[in-house]
Write a protein that binds this ligand. Structure first.
Ligand code: SF4
Ligand code: SF4
Length: 448
């Protein structure tokens, strides 16, 4: 039986009739030429021709030439039958597979620092041995599902519970080796206790990358990031970074810089002085971030950049690029790099066994999605879990038409959607062209 009207007219092969302009293409002028970026494929090209005219020509019976073949290969043109939104969703689903388990572990929720913008309450201390045992038992009973395990050490300050990091790392690594599961660990640390001896020991425990925060030159950093006793921390952290730079250990270090009204004019000085330490060492990159009101006691008095944040952020990133540093801009564009809080295969394990999704809103009841028991059992509240992992842009018609969707999926920060029921738009949604210009600038400086 044949239903008339349901069959498609067979398109001609090798004709532009068969292809369409990707819905995720973004074009903009750049240094007298034109940039074309595709948020689904992540490809970027520079051309002398203005791409603006190209979309109009498709669906005409014109032969596909060499230029079109290249555009097809790079995802700027796609077969006309392709549903790109579905591809983007499928790629995200692959990230959510149970084969890849992510854990952010808080071995202690105490900290040796008292940063001005901190949102933690420090009421909970070290992870008890019962919860540690529960974590290992849970891993034992689930390892058969995994192909890879990624552990992010977080806190508080994880290095003040170094013994717990060592014990859990050893057990988890052994378990992974025995079950042919790949193991990778990263650590977010204030860097104060990260002496070179620890870096070596942690490397042997699978820790291959760090995020360490420096908030400007010494005076500005020490204002924002003091020890509990009020003493400054800059000199010690800078020495620890310099000691890593002197080794040839294959560890990556992301230096996070939180910018606010008080330190933003000093970031360039700080980057200049860091160059004298790290030189052109590509193991170091930067992640610049505007200070926000993240829920701490001093929130109201913080000198946040407010509506100027995006401008200053791009300004600092551009300076880093101009100085030959890895500015971290590539991370802004990585497809499917949504927050781990939106992934069903990622848990944050608190020191008392509370399971969270987000590492910021620790006191928000919606964030306490479950509990790890000393028996190794994990009890999850499905209703709360769904708020984080099934509350993205999939059913949002505005997200579905957004060119940034393959990067953001409406889940760049699920907390925003939960707390204020607004879209958590990715930073590159605003001034997208400017962001792409910076991406191109870094790419061309790397190519030299
Ligand atoms: S949900 Fe938002 S605040 Fe929480 S960890 Fe993710 S990006 Fe950060
Ligand atoms: S949240 Fe904003 S940036 Fe993200 S996909 Fe939706 S509309 Fe686009």
């Amino acid at each position: 039986m044949e239903f008339s009207g349901l069959r498609h007219k067979k398109p001609k092969e090798n004709s532009l009739e068969n292809v369409k302009w990707s819905q995720f293409n973004i074009t903009m002028p750049f240094n007298g030429k034109y940039l074309l970026y595709n948020t689904l494929s992540g490809n970027l090209i520079l051309s002398t021709s203005c791409f603006d005219e190209l979309p109009i020509r498709y669906s005409q019976d014109i032969p596909i030439d060499e230029q079109h073949q290249t555009l097809l290969k790079l995802g700027f043109l796609v077969p006309s039958t392709v549903n790109e939104l579905a591809i983007s969703r499928y790629q995200l689903e692959k990230r959510k597979t149970k084969l890849s388990q992510g854990l952010t572990i808080l071995p202690t929720e105490k900290c040796n620092f008292r940063c001005v913008y901190c949102y933690e309450e420090f009421t909970k201390g070290r992870m008890t041995s019962e919860i540690q045992a529960g974590l290992i038992k849970w891993a034992h009973s689930n390892i058969r599902y995994w192909k890879e395990l990624t552990v992010s050490w977080f806190g508080g300050e994880p290095l003040i519970a170094f013994d717990i990091v060592e014990r859990l790392s050893t057990e988890l690594m052994d378990l992974c080796v025995k079950n042919d599961v790949s193991y990778l660990a990263v650590m977010t640390t204030n860097g104060y206790l990260l002496d070179i001896n620890r870096v070596h020991r942690l490397f042997n425990l699978g820790v291959q990358s760090y995020q360490i925060t420096l908030d400007g030159p010494e005076k500005q950093h020490d204002h924002n990031r003091k020890l509990v006793n009020g003493e400054g921390t800059f000199q010690t952290i800078q020495k620890n970074i310099a000691d890593i730079a002197k080794t040839d250990l294959p560890v990556k270090v992301t230096i996070r810089i939180n910018i606010d009204k008080d330190n933003v004019n000093f970031i360039k000085t700080m980057l200049d002085s860091l160059i004298t330490i790290i030189g052109d060492d590509m193991r170091f990159k930067f992640r610049i971030f505007p200070v926000g009101r993240w829920g701490g006691l001093q929130d109201e008095s913080l000198p946040v950049l407010e509506d100027k944040a995006d401008f200053y952020l791009r300004n600092c990133i551009e300076y880093a690029i101009d100085r030959g540093l890895l500015s971290g801009i590539d991370e802004f564009f990585q497809p499917n790099l949504i927050c781990y809080a939106a992934l069903p295969n990622h848990f944050v394990i608190g020191s008392d066994g509370t399971i969270y999704k987000c590492t910021v809103a620790l006191d928000n009841p919606a964030n306490r999605v479950g509990r790890l028991l000393p028996s190794g059992q994990v009890v999850i509240d499905d209703q709360l879990m769904a708020l984080w992992v099934a509350n993205d842009g999939e059913n949002d018609s505005i997200c579905g038409r957004c060119k940034v969707y393959p990067v953001c999926h409406g889940a760049a920060c699920p907390l925003i959607r939960i707390e204020s029921n607004t879209k958590p738009c990715h930073p590159i949604k605003e001034n997208t062209g400017e962001w792409i210009r910076l991406l191109a600038k870094e790419a061309s400086s790397r190519a030299k």
